[in-house]
Write a protein that binds this ligand. Structure first.
Ligand SMILES: [Zn+2]
Ligand SMILES: [Zn+2]
Length: 293
């Protein structure tokens, strides 16, 4: 199983960290988790364009995780996708997807009629709304939904992905969540969100002490995330969804290392973790994690 961090950012615009999205691949099957801003470009950079993705899974309906959905559908059509899009998401996904498609219907109808492309299969979207503990099968990938704690957001999920004897857990957006720690027990890789409180400052007209407190309350603090990986018994921890995107990497690494003795990856866009041989690649870089496969 290969896990590629396509977008490691948040709603802030950051040129190095695009919006949240993670690609899971195994044996020719590919699943995309979330479709934040810039996802279609990152998919092409990762070598797996949207046309090659089997299914889309949504962790929750915060805009930063879903904002590029229409672009994903349209660009995959233009890439020659010859099958529809299965979209798995929590309650509310059907309403969102139906509304989005309705909003674009006049543009799309005109485009279909005028462009006369060989197939419109890529535009067929099928929504499956899931609840806690459901299993989703996409080719050889077996995914289990885990309800996490992102209150006041209702219906927020993480996922545990399995293929062969490898397991990877994706936190989605959550504060420390016992159910996720339990579901992620002994995973080969835990991909977890992180909120770096010390790097967020009050900016008049942008955010107050209160807004910082409120946002931090439904995310996982950098002081907690190492302990979560330790308590889950994860072999490797990769951090993503950096708030703020420009959080200090050295300080963060030192902090997390204090609580978790396994390999810690400060995630970057297009970082790929290969669980088959426990290695990491990014650009031309190749790194063995020094763990038994
Ligand atoms: Zn988010
Ligand atoms: Zn969120």
């Amino acid at each position: 199983m290969r896990v590629t961090l396509l977008g490691t950012g948040c709603p802030n615009v950051d040129l190095e960290r695009h919006g949240p999205a993670t690609l899971i691949e195994h044996d020719g099957d590919a699943v995309l988790i979330d479709c934040g801003a810039g996802v279609t470009h990152r998919l092409v950079e990762a070598g797996t364009p949207g046309a090659a993705v089997g299914a889309l899974l949504l962790t929750h309906l915060h805009s930063d995780h879903i904002v590029d959905l229409f672009q994903l559908i349209i660009s995959s059509w233009h890439q020659g996708r010859d099958r529809g899009w299965p979209i798995y998401g929590p309650k509310g996904t059907r309403r969102y997807v139906d509304g989005l498609m309705a909003l674009w219907a006049p543009e799309l109808e005109q485009r279909i009629a005028h462009e006369q492309r060989p197939s419109t299969a890529a535009l067929d979207v099928t929504v499956h709304e899931f609840s806690d503990g459901e299993r989703i099968q996409v080719g050889a990938l077996d995914i289990t939904t885990v309800e996490v704690d992102h209150k006041p957001v209702k219906h927020a999920f993480g996922f545990v992905c399995e293929a062969g004897d490898k397991r990877c857990a994706i936190s989605g957006d959550t504060r420390r969540c016992a159910a996720l720690i339990e579901a992620a027990r002994d995973v080969d890789l835990l991909v977890h969100e992180v909120y770096v409180h010390r790097d967020i400052r009050v900016i008049p007209g942008v955010r107050t002490e209160q807004s910082i407190r409120n946002v931090s309350s439904y995310h996982t603090l950098s002081s907690e995330v190492g302990g979560i990986a330790r308590d889950a018994g994860a072999r490797v921890l990769a951090l993503t969804h950096f708030v703020p995107p420009k959080a200090d990497r050295e300080q963060l690494l030192a902090e997390v290392r204090g609580d978790f003795s396994g390999p810690v990856l400060i995630g970057e866009d297009l970082m790929c973790i290969d669980l088959a041989d426990m290695s990491v690649r990014m650009g031309l870089m190749r790194l063995s994690l020094g763990l038994d496969p």
